[in-house]
Design a protein around this ligand. Structure first.
Ligand SMILES: Cc1ncc(COP(=O)(O)O)c(C=O)c1O
Length: 488
């Protein structure tokens, strides 16, 4: 690190500007430091916080063209995370992922990516017109969740598509598992293929040797982190990092400005500056987080018949490494699905988990947790198992990720004439929307893919499990989806 990481330039300027500047504002926002809000809102949100909701100005800089305090705050982030440039994002990693695709691919350029990408990447394909070459991740059969990509598979795909412009890597998956990012990056770079990393769930990776390798440590070209997920900033704030070489800085800047708001929130941006300061000056917080997570994992493994996988699952390839702070718990021996366990933990124990799937539930341990908070989780799990254990394997089989049949590009299918049909009538038709359970937001079908009978059965199963099936509209309690009007 070359810069003075004790500085918090954007935060300090933000506070000074609001609290000490005597100017009377005749600019937007029109609520004028919160004064137009009703009293109940002012009290609930705090008047100071409302006053801090300001727009850009000469003093406060502008995210669309940072030349002042935002620029300095971004440089400090780039310095800490060891990247050439950092760009603050106020529309989550969704915008970072789409920016990475738009910065590296023109319409009809090939991009290699795992099929278990987040919906934002699929939307990035629609926006850019890039052609996906999907790699199918390994599905861990006991846990029923998708893992990383095999190195051999990646190399074979690159060999067959040497003209690809980019490869996108999920580092880690929603459940915290990684692929061999170092070798994948080195191989892709041999062919001049840009490496884009969705590190939404790995904000801390670059800052600790005890966590999996970050895309930044292996010199990927672009990396997006959701600082708001595990890095300690406010929800919706993320950072996009760029390393010079295959993609030019000017292209990155113009792509960012394509869809970025011209009224970026200073609450979000300041929180990025403060979260960066906190991580730079208190690295022990990450060590404590890892120790706390290891403790939770060990304690969960003492609660029979729960199982919390650890190093033994690693296979040096598709499960190359894992994020200790993601507590994946196999609940299938309880006789309940993960969907049911998550709902019951919330309803009966006021314990909110990140997500549940057929066989597993996921608890995320964060920088703000301590022994007291994790004890709430552990005692809820202990009590839950005593009360609900049916002492048999859940009767549901895992939700599969199929190798879908792609008949149109995502962009072609998205922009074609579409119609709504019932789920059952959609069999053998082409999807024109994404369909997914949220969270985790991994599409089960994407625009251009053939809807099969097996898929429809799975959608019915998920609806029966009361999952939020995005892309599916209920009309008179019958599920409808959007398909291409034009047939196969
Ligand atoms: C793997 C993955 N990538 C990207 C995103 C998008 O991140 P954000 O919510 O910050 O837009 C998510 C969100 O859950 C995600 O799980």
């Amino acid at each position: 690190m070359k810069l003075d990481q004790t500085r918090i330039p954007l935060y300090h300027e933000h506070i000074d500007y609001v609290l000490t500047d005597p100017s009377v504002n005749f600019d937007v926002p029109g609520h004028k430091h919160g004064r137009s809000f009703p009293d109940f809102y002012k009290q609930m949100m705090s008047e100071q916080m409302l006053a801090l909701d300001i727009n850009s100005s000469k003093t406060m800089d502008n995210l669309s063209n940072p030349i002042g305090v935002i620029k300095e705050a971004q440089e400090l982030a780039a310095d800490l995370f060891q990247a050439d440039q950092a760009y603050f994002l106020v529309n989550g990693s969704t915008s970072g992922i789409q920016n990475m695709i738009l910065a590296s691919c023109n319409p009809n350029d090939k991009i290699i990516m795992p099929r278990n990408m987040h919906k934002s990447a699929i939307n990035g394909l629609v926006l850019s017109g890039a052609l996906p070459i999907f790699i199918y991740p390994e599905i861990e059969s006991d846990l029923g969740i998708s893992m990383g990509m095999s190195l051999e598979n990646v190399k074979k795909t690159i060999d067959e598509h040497q003209d690809a412009k980019a490869i996108m890597i999920l580092n880690p998956t929603y459940y915290g598992y990684t692929s061999n990012i170092k070798e994948i990056t080195e191989y892709a770079h041999q062919f001049g293929i840009a490496v884009l990393v969705d590190e939404s769930h790995g904000s801390l990776f670059a800052l600790s040797d005890k966590l999996p390798l970050s895309g930044l440590e292996v010199h990927a070209d672009m990396v997006t982190i959701s600082m708001h997920k595990t890095g300690g900033s406010l929800t919706q704030s993320s950072i996009l990092f760029h390393n010079e070489g295959l993609i030019s800085a000017s292209r990155v800047r113009s792509v960012i400005n394509l869809a970025q708001t011209s009224s970026a929130s200073y609450l979000l941006m300041s929180s990025l500056d403060v979260a960066r300061y906190q991580l730079a000056n208190h690295p022990e917080m990450i060590d404590d987080l890892i120790s706390l997570s290891d403790y939770v994992r060990n304690e969960v493994n003492k609660i029979e018949p729960l199982f919390c996988p650890s190093e033994e699952l690693l296979n040096h390839d598709t499960i190359y490494d894992f994020d200790q702070a993601k507590i994946v718990i196999d609940v299938s021996n309880l006789g309940y699905t993960g969907f049911e366990v998550v709902d019951l933990l919330q309803e009966e124990y006021h314990t909110q988990l990140e997500v549940g799937e057929t066989n597993v539930i996921l608890a995320v341990i964060g920088l703000g947790d301590d022994l007291k908070t994790v004890e709430v989780l552990l005692s809820a799990l202990r009590s839950f198992v005593k009360r609900y254990n049916k002492k048999r394997k859940t009767k549901y089989s895992s939700v599969n990720i199929h190798v879908p049949i792609t008949l149109r590009t995502p962009r072609e299918a998205f922009f074609s004439k579409a119609m709504m049909v019932t789920l059952d009538d959609a069999i053998d038709k082409i999807a024109s929307d994404q369909i997914m359970v949220y969270p985790p937001g991994i599409p089960l079908a994407i625009p251009g893919e053939l809807i099969t009978k097996q898929m429809v059965e799975e959608f019915h199963f998920l609806l029966q499990m009361e999952s939020q099936l995005i892309g599916c509209t209920m009309i008179d309690e019958i599920p409808y989806i959007r398909i291409m009007k034009e047939g196969i």
